[in-house]
Design a protein around this ligand. Structure first.
Ligand code: S3P
Length: 184
């Protein structure tokens, strides 16, 4: 990893279910940073759940809100920002993120993601065209297709860490160690 400057926003990216929202607050506590969850901030600002934003206004409106909310937090310092799984899957947004901080990719494979998401109903991207929750092979296939399309963006992160079978404490330790080289 080669970062020239010390930077003080750490962005967490990765597929839905990769652990961003779990790792984020613990890591923030560990290294003395603040924590912001981008999806929670969008929900607070809109007074609506992400599911309802998608259902009532569609994905493109959500992406607009996501970009605008992200722009509002780019001047933060000593902050960990957990992004949504789709936030950086656009060159412009990815560029913006990389310009303002260190990007960490929490990498999980299809099977682990499938196991973590199979009981969840709060991911609008994992519904079919009629808005019904996907399950079984349909869910697995959707995760695989989306992950394949998105991974080229995720892989441009400054730090990549696999979370599959790792206990959260080890993930935090490993990340804190790697980050100590790039933050003040
Ligand atoms: C999305 C991921 C979600 C949320 C929205 C869209 C995606 O966040 O932003 O449902 O496109 O992958 P998590 O990755 O935190 O689940």
């Amino acid at each position: 990893m080669k970062l020239n400057t010390k930077q003080s926003i750490i962005f967490l990216t990765g597929f839905m279910g990769s652990g961003k929202s779990t790792v984020g607050p613990i890591l923030a506590n560990t290294i003395g940073f603040r924590f912001i969850d981008l999806d929670s901030l969008i929900e607070q600002n809109q007074g609506m759940r992400i599911n309802d934003i998608f259902a009532q206004h569609g994905e493109s409106k959500f992406r607009e809100l996501e970009r605008a909310t992200l722009r509002d937090v780019l001047q933060q310092h000593s902050t960990i920002i957990s992004l949504g799984g789709g936030t950086v899957t656009n060159e412009e947004t990815l560029g913006l993120v990389k310009q303002h901080g260190v990007l960490v990719y929490l990498k999980s494979d299809v099977e682990h993601i499938f196991q973590r998401l199979r009981t969840k109903s709060d991911r609008p991207m994992l519904r079919d065209a009629n808005g019904n929750l996907l399950d079984g092979e349909g869910l697995r296939a959707k995760i695989e297709t989306l992950l394949t399309a998105r991974e080229r963006f995720y892989l441009q992160a400054d730090i990549i860490i696999t979370t599959d079978d790792k206990k959260i404490g080890y993930t935090i330790d490993e990340l804190a160690k790697k980050l100590s080289h790039v933050i003040d």
